[in-house]
Write a protein that binds this ligand. Sequence first.
Ligand code: FUB
Length: 315
Amino acid sequence: MSLVLVSLLPMIGLAQNPIVQTYFTADPAPMVHNGRVYVYTSHDEDETVDNFFTMYDWRCYSSADMVNWTDHGAVASLNDFVWSGKTNGAWAPQCIERNGKFYLYVPIHGDGVAVLVADSPTGPFHDPLGKRLIDGENIWHDIDPTVMIDDDGQAYLYWGNPVLSYVKLNEDMISYDRSIGKNGIVGIEMTPEAFGSQEGRDGKKRASYTEGPWIYKRDKLYYLIYAAAGIPEYIAYSTSPTAEGPWTYQGFIMERADHLAFTNHAGVVDFKNNSYFFYHDQALSEGQGFKRSVSVEQFEYNADGTIPLILPTKE
Ligand code: FUB
């Protein structure tokens, strides 16, 4: 990335897409706290190693007006996990607040889903467990955690590629109820009715869900937004009357566009009476899929709660 751009914009991004123009960022996860929206991102390094995702830390940006953005820097990194041997793989994060503590759920690709805790949204974060959070059987696929706290206080953590699983987090947010599912992990049935349809290599129909889930509740409806249909990815969504399903496929939210990357990854939030759809593209690197850039679109829900098709704008 151009050093000129970095030095021109040391702290503030501009109210245009991509919203972060000083680093390559991806996998945006917005969180509203105290009148600001915080956006946690993964970070594509300027130098791509072995033609694959090259990602060492997680960054945070915040804004009170969706126009002026403060860069809080790299708030966490792979170095925070001394038990993990990984030097690459800081993939898609999400942060949530509970009882004054901030829990940052992250995948370390190849080492599974882990959690960090802080007293402020921007850290310093520390590792409360000294090991991964999720005892999955296929930690290679244990990526992209998304978290919500339901109205009754029950917290859910979903994750996974190419299938979805969830755990019911205990109130401490760093352990989970082991009495359900398989040692606490509940697998979601991945049907085309629930998650859209695509044709597998064997010619059979299978769910189009791929990765990057984002779960939240709005009014009485639960939404699961995700990247679908493999490469290139589209953003689609499903809804459910409960946090545990059954999910019903609702359709695409963001289709392909030339400046989008082969991956996409969404985060949705309501902030100051507007709804925002965060995602990533490859506009800043002018077409390099391992050097992505976080962008955002404002949108309005339809009267029945469905989400309209959202166009990825360049500005
Ligand atoms: O950023 C690395 C991976 O690419 C994420 O975990 C996926 O969701 C995709 O965006």
